[in-house]
Design a protein around this ligand. Structure first.
Ligand code: ADP
Ligand code: MG
Length: 728
């Protein structure tokens, strides 16, 4: 064991950077998308008719005619074979949180025992993975285990290694969604429909609205040998023990620092793989904590952006291994330094090339901007608890409200300039008809918005939902999450809100107001109804927690509680109205997430118990024996004087005994608490028991172990320490 830690350190120290595949002579644009069945590839391999049919499906959501499927499949196969592929798979995102694939070779043996490569329309369109082991939240009993995956033509097929991957949705035979993609596509389509209708007030040319997503992915890297010497990292993805290193992030010298050579080689490698897959990764930098980094791409349409995030996470994992590194996507792998998040930058774009959350050049486009902007605020205000539920996970509980990430209180930061614009609307807009002078004045002031925003440099890093000039940034999303969960919620509530807006405005127009008056009136009502969610101050402060409580904002601290919003009537109503998910599907998701929560804590508790009893206590006993030995020798030499001379050692012996006894007892009690929790049938109560009765033991036991780490001879300590994990 002792040699295990030492060996690990030695191996980690002696690594030289593995040179990346990077060839300076290749331009990014030369390889970008070469492994994607892209528009270019499609044009080359498909008939005009088939190409048009796919494009229409992408742009208008129309169905691809069945008779074209064979042709498309053959073209895809020919393209894939030309790039060395031997297998194909439907690639989907079950509710495990990871992606799933089951490879089949293209090979078929014909009657004459002739082997040929075959891939037909039916195989492109649908696959039946034996799905009995994917989480279904009770939707699909195991005797009726079949679910099927179906091609999503809006996200292009791609090749990884020797396999053609076909992005797919995953549903049960009863038609219920068992994945993240199905409801995401539905939410995006609901949003499209609602937003286009609102756009008609301002611009008749808009016929499609896309939600855009630009994620920023944070992660940690640790050396593989050190990782293997930490059973907690291996099983739980985070360290359950470890005293803070003397130097953590207090000097803030890691943030944007020069990137270490070994890490840079890793980054270069996965970036090349990402570019080949058409993923527009752009920015890389050191993050705040030591060994923490960030990656950000250029934003894309949300469904594609999310596929790309899932793919990148997979690529990073694989590439890290090739560099003898391990990547940690956990939200809080190390205590005492920052955790990792995944900011979801989100906006709305039209097919006329306009960003609806970016002010334009004329008062008209700015009224459009304000309409969308204020509708976002209203939607987030009305469904704050649902957004909170959408980001809930065992890992993210450690991060939210830990004074590094936004608190669990949902609030919106819009900056002082836009705050005054909203104030002005509140003050000046009159109910009903408005004088021509007033209308002109309002429009003139609105015309000044772009200048205001370009001058507006204030940024509030403590807000979970911040407006940053031309987009909102949902910062509370966890680093390991599938962005879909939050994007499904956000786009659904926005679709609903825009539908309400249209109804409200039309009602006033019918009552005799002109369009602008009606819009101003409704916007004023919305600001009034939702302004208590706007907060410009420090989201990390204690005052905000108190202030938020006064304002009646929720502050839901744990996952089991947060998830309850998935099964509220309000949530079921908005999801069914927008035709995104049924109450049954929501309930299934709720059960799966509760179960995942307590299983994660259960794994942590098991690993921690094992480490405490089998690694830490034996080490403490060994060191205590050394001390006892020393004390006996002191006694031999100095007789009764030994009590004074060996006072420090004697004190340590007693302290060690106390810690050992405490650890032993608490591990035992933790096991008892688990046994009690495990027999609870109700998933919520089960999760709650883990959150309230089991989880507190983790920190409690940790305290004893971390104290022992400081007392015990470094030579004996079995687990790589923070100073090693974070600095090698
Ligand atoms: P930061 O917010 O860190 O200061 P930027 O403002 O440059 O940095 O943007 C960060 C992320 O926001 C990038 O990943 C980028 O792709 C994304 N982003 C920028 N504009 C949009 C948009 N209109 N829609 C969605 N994401 C966007
Ligand atoms: Mg950002």
């Amino acid at each position: 064991m002792i040699t295990f830690r030492k060996n690990a350190i030695e191996r980690a120290l002696n690594r030289s950077p593995k040179n990346s595949l990077h060839d300076a002579k290749i331009k990014i644009s030369d390889l970008f998308g070469c492994n994607v069945f892209s528009k270019n590839a499609m044009k080359q391999y498909l008939s005009e008719e088939a190409y048009r049919s796919i494009m229409e499906s992408v742009n208008k959501g129309t169905k691809i005619e069945y008779k074209l499927a064979d042709q498309i499949a053959t073209a895809m196969k020919t393209w894939a074979l030309s790039r060395g592929a031997t297998h194909y798979t439907h690639w989907f995102q079950p509710l495990t949180g990871a992606t799933a694939e089951k490879h089949d070779a293209f090979i078929t043996i014909l009657d004459e025992l002739l082997p040929v490569e075959k891939f037909e329309g039916s195989q492109l369109i649908q696959q039946e993975p034996d799905a009995s082991s994917f989480p279904s939240g009770g939707i699909r009993a195991t005797f009726e285990a079949r679910g099927y995956s179906a091609w999503d033509p809006t996200s292009p097929a791609f090749i990884i290694g020797d396999t053609l991957c076909i992005p797919s949705i995953f549903i049960s035979y009863t038609g219920d969604a068992l994945d993240y993609k199905t409801p995401l596509i539905k939410a995006l389509s609901a949003l499209d429909k609602a937003a286009v209708e609102v756009c008609q007030y301002f611009d008749k040319n808009v016929s499609k609205v896309y939600a855009t997503l630009g994620w920023e992915q944070e992660y940690f890297l640790v050396d593989e040998a050190l990782y293997h010497a930490r059973p907690d990292l291996m099983a739980a993805g985070r360290t359950l023990f470890g005293h803070e290193a003397s130097k953590g992030q207090q000097l803030e010298d890691h943030y944007f620092g020069s990137i270490n050579e070994r890490v840079l080689e890793f980054m270069k490698d996965f970036e090349i793989e990402a570019w080949k897959l058409g993923i527009p990764v752009k920015t890389r930098h050191n993050e705040v904590a030591p060994n923490q980094f960030e990656l950000a791409p250029i934003f894309e349409e949300t469904n594609l952006a999310n596929d790309h995030n899932q793919l990148v996470m997979d690529l990073m994992e694989k590439t890290a291994r090739r560099h003898n590194l391990r990547i940690l996507f956990h939200e809080k792998p190390f205590a005492g330094v920052n955790g990792s998040g995944k900011h979801n930058n989100w906006s709305l774009a039209t097919d006329t090339g306009k960003n609806l959350l970016s002010p334009g050049k004329t008062p008209k486009t700015n009224l459009q901007f304000l309409s969308f902007f204020i509708n976002v605020i209203k939607a987030v205000h009305d469904y704050a608890d649902l957004l909170r539920a959408s980001i809930a996970s065992a890992g993210n509980d450690h991060r939210l409200g830990a004074n590094e990430a936004p608190p669990a209180i949902m609030s919106i930061f819009i900056g002082s300039q836009l705050t005054s614009v909203l104030d002005e609307i509140l003050k000046k807009v009159k109910k009903g008809k408005m004088s021509p002078d007033l209308k002109t004045e309002l429009k003139l002031n609105i015309g000044k918005i772009p200048q205001i925003i370009f001058d507006n440099t204030d940024r509030n890093r403590t807000s979970p939902f911040a407006f940053t000039g031309s987009k909102f940034e949902f910062r509370a999303v966890g680093s390991s999450a599938n962005c879909s969960a939050s994007m499904i919620a956000l786009n659904t509530i926005m679709a609903h809100q825009l539908t309400e807006f249209k109804k409200d405005v039309d009602a006033l127009i019918d009552a005799g107001l002109d369009k602008d008056e009606a819009i101003f009136n409704i916007l004023r009502n919305y600001i009034l109804a939702s302004k208590n969610i706007l907060f410009e101050g420090n989201g990390y402060s204690e005052e905000w927690v108190r202030e938020a409580e006064k304002r009646g904002l929720s502050n839901i601290k744990t996952t089991p509680q947060a998830l309850k919003e998935y099964i509220s009537e309000k949530t079921a109503s908005v999801f069914t109205k927008m035709d995104v998910m049924t109450a049954r599907e929501l309930h299934a998701r709720y059960l799966i997430k509760q179960e995942k929560y307590y299983k994660k804590i259960q794994i942590e508790a098991r690993v921690l118990g094992d480490l405490a009893i089998n690694h830490i206590i034996p080490t403490a006993l060994k060191y205590q024996s050394l001390l006892l030995d020393n004390v006996s020798k002191v006694k031999e030499l100095f007789g009764n004087e030994y009590i004074k001379i060996a006072a420090t050692q004697i004190n340590s012996i007693q302290e060690i005994s106390a810690h050992i006894a405490a650890i032993n007892k608490k591990v035992h009690n933790m096991i008892e608490a688990r046994k009690k929790a495990n027999v609870i049938e109700d998933e919520f109560k089960h999760a709650l028991a883990y959150s309230e009765k089991v989880k507190p033991f983790l920190d409690d036991i940790r305290l004893h172990v971390d104290t022992l780490e400081l007392m015990i001879d470094d030579e004996l300590w079995p687990l790589p320490k923070y100073r090693e994990l974070l600095y090698i």
